[in-house]
Design a protein around this ligand. Structure first.
Ligand SMILES: Cc1ncc(COP(=O)(O)O)c(C=O)c1O
Length: 342
């Protein structure tokens, strides 16, 4: 049976062209000196994001956490969105690595409102921890790949400037935010001091993320990465995939978004299923029947060759990516209809 893997956009297989680029990459020891291909990718990503410099990381989690370490001091507090990746999925690393407490703030579909962030920023008196950082996420994973609009990000930037706070943007899927909103990567990134982007998601690379920001912070990020065991040697083999992906896979992201919309509308037409229109490549559906939970339905879908993940009680998550074509969407729509009919 053909498997339709909608668990995440991280499941992509590197294409032949990408594998060739990796095999042919010019490489060097990136811990002893500089790997030339990694340096090219770092420069290219820094330019795309309008930042002075960038550094290749093995994962988005490590890049986010390095940013938190760099911006904060132990015993301080970082404000983040209540459903954010840094809060839910990074193993309380901010506490473990940076000695920082996270202060989650609820939002409308991932867009933090400046008025809510104002109340979360501590008054700077003798009774409260000191607020040291604001973290935002775009697109927002748990809010179904929602795009945080540029104006909302600008409002956070202005607030941060008024309060002399740095902003870190978890832009693991910033590529999708730019493709969906029509804003440039540089304009979106201009609202943050540091930005994490992942090449391992919609861009289809096997491994890798980058942290971009001011040259002095990125220089300091090198030591944090080394301390975390993230110094990589001939890392140009991985960076070559990123360069290839920027040339071949960035412009095709709207295809993933269109397929996500088609999947959501196909599923929403099934009795007992509610699906909001996705803004990018993540589809969230709610099962409205009490006799069905997400684990049961995901298991039944798997028997029909369709893989999705549970995303909370009664909720399923499906993500489109370059390994999912139109036929796969048809199969996934039919499979959920069959599961609910059986
Ligand atoms: C929004 C967001 N940030 C960060 C990450 C972490 O990336 P990685 O899995 O490379 O650590 C993810 C991964 O899914 C993510 O969705």
């Amino acid at each position: 049976m053909n498997e339709v893997d909608l668990r995440s956009d991280t499941v992509t297989q590197p294409s032949q062209g990408m594998r060739r680029a990796m095999a042919e990459a010019e490489v060097g020891d990136d811990v002893l000196g500089k790997d030339p291909t990694a340096a090219r990718l770092e420069r290219r990503v820094a330019n795309l994001l309008g930042k002075e410099d960038a550094l290749f990381f093995p994962s988005g989690t490590q890049a986010n956490q390095a940013a938190i370490v760099l911006h904060t001091r132990p015993g301080t507090e970082a404000v983040c969105e209540a459903e954010s990746h840094v809060f839910h999925y990074e193993f309380a690393d901010a506490a473990w690595l940076a000695g920082v407490q996270l202060h989650p703030v609820s939002s409308d579909r991932g867009s933090l409102a400046a008025r809510d962030v104002v109340t979360a920023i501590r008054p700077g008196d003798r009774h409260h921890p000191v607020t040291s950082l604001l973290c935002i996420e775009n697109t927002h994973n748990l809010h179904g790949g929602a795009v945080v609009p540029l104006e909302a990000m600008r409002a956070i930037r202005e607030l941060a400037d008024r309060r002399s706070l740095p902003v870190h943007l978890d832009g693991a899927r910033l590529w999708n935010a730019a493709a969906a909103s029509g804003e440039t990567l540089a304009d979106l990134s201009s609202c943050a001091d540091t930005v994490t982007v992942c090449i391992s998601k919609g861009l289809g690379c096997p491994v890798g993320s980058l942290l971009a920001g001011p040259a002095d912070l990125i220089e300091a990020a090198w030591s944090v990465r080394k301390r975390l065991g993230g110094g990589m040697r001939q890392v140009g083999i991985l960076a070559a995939a990123g360069l290839w992906a920027l040339d071949h896979n960035l412009d095709r992201l709207p295809e993933d978004h269109a397929r996500a919309r088609r999947l959501a509308s196909g599923w929403a037409a099934i009795d007992g299923v509610k699906a909001d229109e996705p803004q990018t490549n993540i589809v969230m559906v709610d099962l409205e029947r009490e006799d069905l939970d997400e684990t049961l339905v995901a298991g039944k879908l798997e028997e029909l060759g369709v893989l999705v993940l549970g995303a909370g009680p009664g909720r399923l998550r499906a993500v489109t990516h370059l390994g999912v074509g139109d036929r796969a969407i048809d199969l996934a729509v039919q499979a959920l209809a069959d599961v609910l009919a059986s």
